[in-house]
Design a protein around this ligand. Sequence first.
Ligand SMILES: [Zn+2]
Length: 234
Amino acid sequence: MYTKVKLTDGKTAKIPIRQSHRARRIIIRVIQNNPGLEIVIPSGKSLRSADLFAQSKSEWIEARLKERLANIPIKDGTELPFLDGTIVLYSLNAATSNVSWFGNKLIISGQNNNFEDIAIATLKTEAKKIIKPHAKYLASLVNKEIISLKVGDPVSQWGSCSSKGHLSFSWRLLMAPKSVLNYVICHEVSHLVELNHGPAFWKTVDKLCKDAAYAKTWLQHKGAHLRRYGTEKY
Ligand SMILES: [Zn+2]
């Protein structure tokens, strides 16, 4: 049993329908298996009502399905969102390794046999160059010191802070707007003051960052997109 939902790009999504004697009303659930959603209807309800319900939620369904779209490979010529703009990655075959910026082009030269890995390593370095001085500055505003700061590619977190003052960030934040990157840095630096998410913690965040609410909403709605870049490793 399934229903078909027409998407704005003209394609049709096939959403499975499951009957449940425990369901009290029709719901759409996010599931791990393809296509990522299912409709649950109380037993006794008609398939037609499931159909109508799905059609009325087509926008929401499309947004959820889009979040599950295929990964975007990072290769020679890939365009990436970058802070408030975009950059294009270029691979240049050369005997020696080098990285240079040419306007919004990031040219990675060397024996780029595995361009994606090299490009991500380069972007991690770029992220650290941007994040570290800013985090240090923010920490000085709250009279704290950062013991170490690293940039990696965690599965679900954007940043973290240990009780000993070790901070880490996802390189993917480079693809978010500046204000969102700033918020995550403020968030982790505020953990140097308060290692929880209590009112005192949020007071520190608000002291350091004006756009916290916007950034939180942005990450909730658009953060998943940043994880689409590169071959899926999760
Ligand atoms: Zn936190």
